[in-house]
Design a protein around this ligand. Structure first.
Ligand code: SF4
Length: 453
């Protein structure tokens, strides 16, 4: 594999120096014995990935900097591992001109190359729809740019700020909300810019929560991160620091002892990561999350609902059960943001509600994330739930449970509940019961239009 391009050479001043002599050279990979056996392209490709992975020394495989240097960034490299027709190659080439491609060898190893709709592939390999279905998405639906108070610092909610340290990521996720940043390519905020962000936080005592994000802030060296985190920790009114990163998913080797030891000195630090599919829960990812938890860093997951990847209750349940097993709390399930170039991933809100409905009550509440829409025009996050309250008066509510059974619930007022009825099951209907037969939750059409206005 060729050396992988970071767009500005100066970035290496922020990213740790590369260990000498470890660059993996493409022609070191043994070609599979394809000339001897006439195999279908899919089997051939699977063997190439296997062959490629077998060639990587364990020491390199466990070294995140090796993966970072050897990201797959061109269609030529990609087509060596995944069967791509000439048309697909040309389409990917066209997409990558607008939205570049970057896949870590680790994440590549999770792709089932025999499955054209593999969920790992869908998140990492450019899709022609990114440039052909972009009639409705916008570059910055959350209007982060408008809420930027100094370059790199977003202050949208009263008590917390978002520090965007860099636009670099180890993997470029095809559904990314900050896809717009990819075009600018490979910047890291300078020390002076970081000082300005810190000055702003110091002069705003209402800020109690600082979120360090990107791009992915863990592309920065541990020393660079420590310099920023230690300065934030010295600001008395900052209570918690949060790190937003996809490294535990796309390059878990990054969560090494050096990083964990550093983070353990500056708690409370919380880490939000981004698992989207159960196939991403691997022994490497489990080890990374375990290391974080042992360092006193709780790990939460922010999943994005993606059509064809994870838009069923079955997959979400499997994902959340897997997360709990590796000590990660399912935190949010996000409606996919309306970002240009991601339209092919969008689901309806009804789909998200159905997913939650298929989980709530059917499994432990700890395994059910909060489904939220981050509203366009900077409106912030709103939770969206199936309707469990069918009707409400001052004295009581008519509710349904996860099985569709209907109950009344007395509404306490001034510390007192209305006199109990003999039967809990609606002996005195408040209204004609036929209107409230258990039925699948429907979201009115206009809801979505409203949310999108
Ligand atoms: S890691 Fe996060 S910021 Fe980076 S491309 Fe993926 S979704 Fe976007």
């Amino acid at each position: 594999m060729t050396m992988l391009g970071v767009k500005k050479k100066s970035l290496f001043s922020s990213i740790e120096e590369e260990p000498p002599g470890e660059c993996f050279v493409q022609n070191e990979v043994d070609e599979p014995p394809s000339c001897e056996v006439d195999e279908p392209p899919s089997i051939l490709a699977a063997r190439k990935v296997e062959s490629f992975l077998r060639q990587v020394p364990e020491e390199s495989w466990n070294d995140w900097k090796w993966h970072f240097r050897n990201r797959i960034t061109t269609v030529e490299e990609l087509s060596k591992y995944i069967p791509l027709s000439p048309l697909e190659q040309e389409q990917i080439r066209l997409v990558a001109r607008k939205y570049p491609l970057s896949i870590t060898p680790y994440y590549l190893s999770l792709i089932d190359v025999n499955n054209p709709v593999d969920p790992i592939r869908a998140q990492s390999v450019p899709c022609f729809s990114e440039i052909t279905c972009n009639a409705t998405g916008v570059e910055d639906p959350l209007e982060e740019g408008k809420h930027s108070v100094v370059p790199g610092l977003v202050h949208r909610y009263p008590d917390r700020v978002l520090m965007v340290m860099t636009d670099l990521c180890s993997m470029l996720c095809r559904h990314c909300t900050r896809k717009r940043e990819w075009k600018n390519g490979g910047w890291v905020h300078s020390d002076i810019e970081i000082d300005r962000m810190l000055d702003y936080i110091k002069s705003h005592p209402e800020v109690r929560d600082v979120i360090i994000s990107g791009g992915d802030p863990l592309v920065l060296s541990t020393q660079c991160l420590e310099s920023v985190i230690s300065q934030i920790r010295q600001i008395p009114h900052v209570e918690i620091i949060r790190i937003g990163t996809r490294f535990p998913v796309v390059l878990p080797q990054r969560i090494d002892d050096e990083l964990c030891n550093m983070l353990s000195k500056y708690g409370p630090i919380w880490l939000n990561t981004h698992f989207n599919h159960p196939n991403e829960i691997t022994p490497e990812a489990a080890r990374a999350c375990d290391n974080l938890v042992r360092a006193g860093v709780p790990v939460n997951n922010q999943c994005v609902l993606l059509k064809g990847v994870n838009d069923t209750a079955e997959i979400q349940t499997k994902l959340c059960h897997g997360l709990l097993k590796i000590k990660v709390r399912p935190y949010y399930l996000f409606q996919c943001d309306e970002v240009e170039g991601t339209e092919h991933f969008w689901t309806s809100v009804d789909t998200g509600i159905k997913v939650i409905e298929g989980m709530r009550g059917h499994t432990s509440g700890l395994a059910v994330p909060t489904y939220v829409i981050d509203l366009p025009n900077g409106g912030g996050k709103i939770p969206v739930q199936p309707d469990y309250i069918l009707m409400k008066t001052q004295d009581e509510m008519l509710v349904r449970n996860y099985q569709g059974r209907i109950f009344t619930y007395k509404n306490a007022r001034n510390g007192k509940k209305p006199a109990a009825r003999k039967n809990k099951m609606l002996p005195q209907p408040l209204f004609p019961m036929e209107e409230f037969e258990p039925q699948p939750v429907r979201v009115k059409r206009e809801n979505r239009a409203y949310l999108r206005s």
